[in-house]
Design a binder for this molecule. Sequence first.
Ligand code: FMN
Length: 150
Amino acid sequence: MHSIVYLSTASEPMGTESLNLLLEVARARNADAGVSGILIYGDGCFIQILEGELQPLEAIFRSILRDGRHYGVKTIQFEPVDGRRFGDWSMAFVDDDDLTPTDRADLAQLRGQAEILARDEKGDPEFLAVMMRAIAPRLARHLDSRRNAG
Ligand SMILES: Cc1cc2nc3c(=O)[nH]c(=O)nc-3n(C[C@H](O)[C@H](O)[C@H](O)COP(=O)(O)O)c2cc1C
């Protein structure tokens, strides 16, 4: 079992319709491939966590890398994991606005750091990985509470 976390920039602002279309295809394919995860969209940026067995995971990630709906894909984590965090979701989706102010602030900081690294300026790639390890469980809990609420 492996997990990939990346950030990218939307080529054009994504409306509800385009996002739903993207998610429909993604969820069907992920379900077939045993891939789960979460996609966060806000500020014209995507943050995605994907998890699954290495081979199907890489096949899907290769498609994602080729997708013209975003650019500047920056992988911040690609590592073996013991288990799934988002096992109940073929691809959960959250809009930045759905999140708590703390999570929103952390994700904004994450995007800022990723931009600095993308410009090849002084930045600490490990910092992003460390931050993501702190944020991911909070996102999973957020999804749990949302589901239990309704
Ligand atoms: C931000 C973003 C996230 C995506 N996430 C997934 C995903 O989790 N699973 C997936 O199968 N496709 C995802 N896609 C769509 C793929 O890029 C691709 O269009 C789709 O898998 C169909 O594959 P194909 O174009 O190779 O036929 C995503 C695309 C974008 C832009």
